[in-house]
Design a protein around this ligand. Structure first.
Ligand code: UD1
Ligand code: UDP
Length: 382
């Protein structure tokens, strides 16, 4: 019997973390031939994830350039994916989320009249420039896709409002599946600092900040606020694994280097990241993925952005939007460090994004959509 050819395409660190468990699940299905193509929009940060999840792509476009622009990534991925699709001829292409890789791979598949499945579909802020360019990337992929795998009911409702109701599945987010493989109580870090930190008696704050719309003044305000937080709270150790983008590295060095108790370190392997998150007291971030992971680990999150497409954990009380103004970021951070009750209110584990079975539901939904299974999957119950 001819197997269904499913090609998973991704290019950046977060896509890799969230697609790796799905590639593994697809590979276990006898009716599916699973192929994997990476654009390598990220190089080192992608390779680190591939290593942890022992994933060997069938195709690698190796597109990354230093200080790449949105147009160069998009055009290189579009051309590269087209060639791969012409050679591999899959029945379905799977893309993830909202990056330039996501959009160009979906567009290339559409041009080849190959069906597209969108993992992590339906997230919206309805603000064209925030997050930039992700909001428009994911909206356009919503139009290009044939199958839409929504993590939460709110994501599904967003698509329904846009008239997308066919081929929509409520699955949960695959990131929660990924965490089942990474978080361990007896984890030993390979970054020495992370083994040395006294997580019990010090207040370890985990920071990440990389979004394009935060480049420039917003990042300067955020980093200045973080510097003040550390200065005024002697019990704080701030750990900031700095993204490899030169723009981010220059800003982090300018505002935070040389300060005692501020640890600017290299990007972490995802296992180290998840286990650090499980041990820290507070997460301050503009990352999408961290907003989903930290609540599952019971860690309060201050989001360093004006808006979020992930309102579920805000509603559950574990995430707050801090914005990008220096005073607001400082004030909210200080409140959580100084007010035990305020901290306690936010520090409880919630799982609005998934139950660890998203990949199984996505694979079942694919099999059902292509006639390989009699029943569609039961929807994720948030
Ligand atoms: C990209 C995604 C963003 C996602 C983020 C996750 C787009 C437009 N943006 O943003 O949605 O949140 O990834 O991290 O798709 N670099 C390296 N090595 C690496 C990775 C990056 O040196 O492994 C440097 C390169 O100089 C590169 C720059 O970082 O040009 C920026 O990378 P890019 O993928 O363009 O943007 P991100 O900010 O990472
Ligand atoms: N991450 C990681 N090492 C780091 C920073 C992040 O492994 O130093 C992981 C993080 O746990 C999450 C994903 O990378 O799974 C999020 O990536 P990022 O913040 O770069 O992108 P976003 O989610 O904002 O698109």
């Amino acid at each position: 019997m001819k197997r269904l050819r499913v090609m998973t395409i991704f290019g950046t660190r977060p896509e890799a973390v969230k697609m790796a468990p799905l590639v593994a699940e697809l590979s276990r299905r006898p009716g599916i031939e699973s192929l994997c193509c990476v654009t390598a929009q990220h190089r080192e940060m992608l390779d680190a994830v591939l290593r942890i999840f022992r994933l060997r792509p069938d195709y690698d476009l190796d597109v990354m350039e230093p200080r790449q622009t949105l147009s160069t990534i998009t055009s290189k991925c579009l051309m590269g994916v087209e060639e791969v699709l012409q050679e591999a001829r899959p029945d379905l292409v799977l893309v993830h989320g909202d990056t330039s890789t996501t959009f160009s791979a979906a567009l290339a598949a559409f041009y080849q009249q190959v069906k597209v499945g969108h993992v992590e579909a339906g997230l919206r802020t309805y603000d064209k420039y925030s997050p930039f360019p992700e909001e428009i990337n994911r909206t356009l992929v919503g139009d290009l896709a044939d199958l839409h795998f929504c993590p939460t009911p709110a994501n599904r409702d967003n698509l329904a409002r846009e008239g997308i109701t066919q081929g929509v599945f409520l699955t949960g987010n695959t990131v929660i599946d990924a965490m089942a493989a990474t978080v361990r109580e007896d984890f030993c870090f390979s970054t020495p600092l992370l083994n040395q930190l006294d997580y019990r008696n010090r207040r370890v704050i985990l920071v990440t900040c990389h979004r394009r719309e935060n480049y420039g003044a917003p990042m300067a305000h955020i980093l200045t606020a973080l510097g003040r937080l550390v200065e005024n709270h002697p019990e704080v150790e701030l750990v900031y694994p700095v993204h490899l983008s030169p723009v981010v590295r220059e800003a982090a060095a300018k505002y935070l280097s040389g300060r005692p108790r501020v640890h600017l370190i290299e990007p972490l392997d995802v296992e180290e990241m998840h286990n650090l998150m499980a041990r820290c007291c507070l997460v301050m971030t503009d990352s999408g993925g961290l907003q989903e992971e930290a609540p599952a680990l019971g860690k309060p999150v201050l989001v360093l952005r004006r808006e979020t497409e992930r309102p579920e954990a805000v509603a559950a009380g574990t995430v707050k939007l801090a914005g990008t103004e220096e005073e607001a970021v400082y004030r909210l951070g200080a409140e959580l460090l100084e007010d035990q009750a305020a901290y306690g209110k936010m520090a409880h584990a919630v799982n609005p994004y998934g139950d660890g079975h998203a990949c199984r539901r996505i694979a079942d939904a694919i099999e059902w959509s292509f006639g390989l299974r009699a029943e569609p999957p039961e929807p994720f119950q948030a």
